[in-house]
Write a protein that binds this ligand. Sequence first.
Ligand code: SIN
Length: 281
Amino acid sequence: MNLEIIPTGAALAAEVRGLDLSQPVDDATFAVIEQAYDEYGVLFFRDQRITPEQHVAFTRRFGEIELNIFGERWSVPGCPEIVVVSNITEDGKPIGVRRAGENWHSDMCYTARPPRGTILYAIETPELHGLPLGDTEFASAAAAWDALPESMRRHIDGRHAVFDFTGRKRSFQPTREEIERNPPVRHPIVRTHPKTGRKCLYVMRDDCTGIEGIAAEDAEVLICALADHIVKPQFIYRHHWRPGDLLMWDNCTVQHRAIQDYNLPLRRKMYRTTMGGAVPV
Ligand code: SIN
C-alpha cells in the first residue's frame, strides 16, 4: 500500500490516502497514522467501506474506548461503542442524537479524563444539487496559543478553570442521575499535548464557568475572549463530508462544531466512537 499524508494547508488537518480501513492495519502503518494524528489534530480517510466492528477495531488501536452518555440512548444495535449522530426519524423515533455539537466545544471536557479523540464515520450526508451541507468545522487551539501575545500567555499559563456539565445547553435533557455523575471538574486552561508536548488553549464558552484566582466577571471576559480567539478563521479547517469519510480529531488541541444548515428530507447519519483519555496537564 502506498500511504500518503496530505496536509490540507489549513492550520490543522491532513488527508490520509492509500489505506483501506476494512483491512487490518499493521503496526508500522499504524505508527505513521498515529504520528500524523498527533501532529495535524484532524485526519480524514475518504471512500471507506467499513462495518461497525471494523470501526470499533480501528478505534481500539488508539487504546480503550470511552462509552459516553449518548451511547446510553443512541447506539448501533449490538455495538454499544458506536453512537449514532443523525437527524433521521424512524417509526416516529429519532435514530440518533440530533444537533450534536452545534456550538464550539471539545468533547466531554466536563469529565475528569476527557477523551483523547473522536472518530466519525459518514454513512449518509446531506447535499442540495451537489452543494454539501452539514459540514463540521475544526479549530486548532494549538495554533491559537502560538498566536497569543506574550503578555496574555504569562497571564493565563498555569491557571485552572472549572468545567461544568450543566453550563451548556445540551442536545438532550440529562437526567438528575447523569448530572450527579458529572460534578464540576477543574482543568488547566493551557494544556500540553501528551505526545507532542505542544501547548494549546483549553477554554470553551459555557463549559468553563470560572477561572481560579480571577474574579467571576473578569473570568467571564477572559473565557469569552479566548474562546473567540480559538475560532478565528486562520485557525480553522472546514470539512465537507462525503459518505464513506472517516475522520478523527484530537480533543486536546482541537475544538469543533457541527453546522446545522440542513433539515429533513435531507438526511445525515454518522457513526461515532470515542477514545479513552487521561487527566489533562
Ligand atoms: C460532534 O460534536 O460530535 C458532532 C460532530 C458532527 O456531527 O459533525
